[in-house]
Design a protein around this ligand. Structure first.
Ligand SMILES: [Zn+2]
Length: 60
């Protein structure tokens, strides 16, 4: 388990290309709990494993 910080990223028109390595087929997703009933969804590039935080929170 690594604990690199996800990099904040903003979505312009769309987001499926990794800004780090140019991988074009989208991202894996993972969850990071930020509160009792709230998780943040973190995007992970399947190619270079860069992590991105799109400020996407879900109640779970
Ligand atoms: Zn990448």
């Amino acid at each position: 388990m690594d604990n690199r910080k996800p990099e904040p990223i903003s979505i312009e028109k769309e987001l499926h290309i990794c800004p780090e390595c140019g991988y074009e087929d989208g991202f894996h997703t993972s969850f990071s709990r930020v509160a009792d009933k709230k998780c943040k969804i973190i995007l992970i590039c399947p190619s270079c494993h860069a992590m991105y935080d799109v400020n996407w929170e879900v109640a779970v």
